[in-house]
Design a protein around this ligand. Structure first.
Ligand code: SF4
Length: 203
């Protein structure tokens, strides 16, 4: 099986995963893009299952605006060149206290093998975790202010090595990236992203 066929098979298997009883299936999958850039979100929201792709709604609008500024690529071109994963691939449902439920540790652990498989299949040079939950899969995070605006070179994770460039979550519910110091740190991170060789290689 070629690398492209293996990735297509992986995405097909992922799309029908039923490991987590409390998650709202189906899993939201990306295009099987053989990319050296891997973007990792948190989990889909309620609109993504309807629209059938990750970052399909309001957070996506901000995310793809950021990515457009950093890469010069419009949303569709970015989706065709970057593999989009997430900590959990299914919509977790509503939190009774408001907003969407954050996936619990069991769900995160159940979904992690999909991400590990993607690391094996893609061998990415650059991983872009979006938001605290995604960043915390790769490194300890106290406050976002301590980790955004920096490229972490040659990070080791589960036997893989890559550069890690954390970004805040672009959710409309979050004000972090719209207020200082988050605003400046986000611009700093996007500047670093625009100059990274893996991003330059996308064009
Ligand atoms: S969250 Fe991940 S592990 Fe759980 S059912 Fe969805 S795809 Fe499978």
């Amino acid at each position: 099986m070629s690398a492209a066929e293996s990735l297509e098979a992986h995405v097909r298997d992922l799309a029908v995963c039923e490991r987590c009883p409390s998650m709202h299936r189906p899993a939201i999958v990306t295009k099987p893009v053989q990319s050296k850039v891997l973007l990792v979100g948190q989990a889909p929201g309620s609109r993504e299952p309807v629209l059938g792709k990750p970052f399909a709604w309001t957070a996506g609008k901000t995310l793809f605006r950021w990515m457009g500024e950093a890469t010069g690529l419009d949303e569709e071109s970015f989706r065709q060149r970057v593999y989009i994963a997430s900590v959990c691939r299914c919509y977790p449902g509503r939190n009774p206290k408001g907003g969407d439920r954050v996936p619990n540790e069991t769900e995160r652990a159940s979904c992690r093998p999909w991400l590990e498989a993607e690391m094996r299949l893609l061998q990415p040079d650059l991983v872009i975790p979006i938001g605290k939950l995604a960043i915390s899969q790769f490194m300890p995070v106290g406050k976002l202010v301590d980790v955004v605006g920096v490229t972490y070179s040659n990070v080791e994770w589960q036997g893989f090595k890559f550069d890690l460039l954390p970004l805040p979550h672009p959710s409309g519910a979050s004000t972090w990236h719209r207020m200082e110091p988050g605003k400046l740190l986000t611009i700093q991170a996007l500047d670093l992203l625009s100059a990274h060789p893996a991003i330059l290689g996308l064009k």
